[in-house]
Design a protein around this ligand. Structure first.
Ligand code: SUG
Length: 448
């Protein structure tokens, strides 16, 4: 069956800001309280979508969540009208105000784990919104994420949108950022790699000392079962605790795969090379083909450089002529070691044929690179026909979204602005218009 991979990119919302909310994510910590530019952030994201669309890679849009999510504060005893809640939060609990206003839903690699129909025993595409329970500001995302997924993937004969796993540390789930699917063709049976930071039932396997491990082995096992994957198509691997402690808070900060190619850092996994060997064996057993591996040695790119440049948070995409492109952040181009390493891959016989660098600075400052900004969904032609059409990215939608961002988004936001009730109203007006632009119906809960 022929199938293609769609990138659903998170559209940056009108109150994009830097709350310093993600302990363990170095960019988030460093940029706490800096001013942001929501308009530029959204336009940078649209520019990446436009280029991928122009390159012939299927592209779609995932809408932002409404912020602030004041129900979070109301559950903690902040009452009165919205303006009073905002004022009280700013005075008494600025961190909770920032959590209510978090921009983090833009990183749609954490929206859900997705398994294509070719791998699932019931022949449907499975989605499980990630519970993101490790961070307060992200734990509020999954109900809206689920509504959005249901609005896009409505056809229950083809798609199933599960509930998020129970929000508890034992089942910490961060979505597609810790999940890689490998297959010779998108529509063929493949192998799904699930990566976790710690196991609750096997604590002796080790865990990071400084930063949290956000995903557990147990959640990976549950996801594989929920998605009706055949056990022989599933590989579980532990990320090295040492790299989590160096700022690798998701596996897509230290590895990325596409189709028959796996690009990873030598320090990525707790069991080292044995993990990738086991993955390649399984890949061969399922597909009859050889997994192409690009192992990046520490001598070429040090882990801190991988973290600061987000080399592995690049997208690996297949172009219409079958060639592979690396979609990398400009931070990689600005780092001598990383730039020359990438050039050696493209010029040599590695299975990466070209590189495109993107300025995504507004997103990078919150710790999200090109790959964080997109949720990959493999769809057959019939499945692609069944999605809500308004989210497909084309020249007409591009023009509408660009004009909408230019009209509705501020170009500067500082932490003090979050207490301004006007910002909330502006955001509601903007998102109300967006649901019409995307033809999604009522995905938000506010009333204008
Ligand atoms: O969960 N940052 C996100 C970044 C997510 C990146 N995604 C992937 N690697 N796929 C996080 O740490 C920062 C929010 C703030 O500080 O305002 C934040 O949530």
């Amino acid at each position: 069956m022929t199938a293609r991979e769609y990138n659903f990119d998170g559209l940056v919302g009108p109150s994009h800001n830097y709350g310093g909310l993600s302990f363990g994510n170095i960019a988030s910590e460093v940029n706490e309280g800096s001013s942001s530019n929501p308009r530029q952030a959204a336009l940078q994201g649209l520019s990446k979508m436009r280029t991928l669309h122009t390159l012939g890679v299927p592209q779609a849009v995932f809408p932002p969540h409404m912020r602030p999510e004041l129900s979070l504060a109301r559950r903690m005893g902040f009452d009165g009208d919205d303006a009073k809640v905002l004022g009280d939060l700013a005075r008494e609990f600025p961190m909770l105000l920032a959590a209510c206003y978090s921009a983090s839903a833009m990183w749609t690699a954490n929206a859900a784990t997705v398994s294509p129909s070719a791998d699932s025993a019931d022949g449907r595409v499975h989605f499980t919104p990630a519970n993101l329970q490790n961070k307060l500001h992200r734990s509020i995302e999954h109900p809206t994420t689920r509504r959005i997924l249901q609005a896009i993937f409505r056809d229950e004969d083809r798609f199933v949108v599960h509930e998020a796993l129970p929000s508890t540390a034992a089942l910490g789930d961060e979505g597609a950022a810790n999940h890689t699917r490998l297959a010779p063709e998108y529509g063929a049976r493949g192998v799904q790699l699930f990566v976790y930071g710690e196991s609750i039932t096997r604590p002796k396997d080790g865990r990071p000392k400084l930063y949290p491990a956000r995903q557990t082995m147990e959640s990976c096992m549950v996801l594989a079962r929920l998605h009706k994957l055949r056990p022989e198509q599933v590989v579980l691997a532990q990320q090295a605790p040492e790299v989590i402690d160096q700022g690798v808070f998701h596996n897509d900060v230290i590895s990325v795969g596409n189709r028959d190619t796996f690009f990873f850092h030598e320090k990525a996994f707790a069991q080292g090379r044995a993990v990738v060997e086991a993955l390649a064996e399984r890949y061969h057993a399922i597909t009859g083909e050889v997994l192409k591996r690009i192992e990046v040695p520490e001598a070429a790119v040090k882990v801190p450089d991988a973290v600061s440049t987000y080399l592995f948070n690049s997208q690996l995409v297949t172009l219409p002529d079958g060639r592979t492109a690396l979609i990398a952040p400009t931070e990689c181009e600005q780092n001598d070691a990383v730039r020359s390493y990438v050039a050696s891959l493209v010029e040599g016989d590695a299975p990466i044929d070209e590189v495109h660098y993107f300025d995504l600075r507004q997103s990078m400052q919150g710790g999200g690179g090109p790959a964080c900004l997109r949720l990959r969904v493999v769809l057959t032609e019939a499945e692609a026909q069944a999605i809500t059409p308004g989210v497909r990215f084309d020249d007409a939608l591009d023009a509408k979204l660009t004009a909408w961002v230019e009209k509705r988004y501020r170009d500067r936001l500082s932490p003090a602005d979050l207490a301004d009730p006007q910002l909330m109203l502006e955001s509601q007006v903007a998102l109300d218009e967006l649901t019409t632009l995307l033809g999604l119906g009522s995905i938000y809960e506010f009333q204008l």
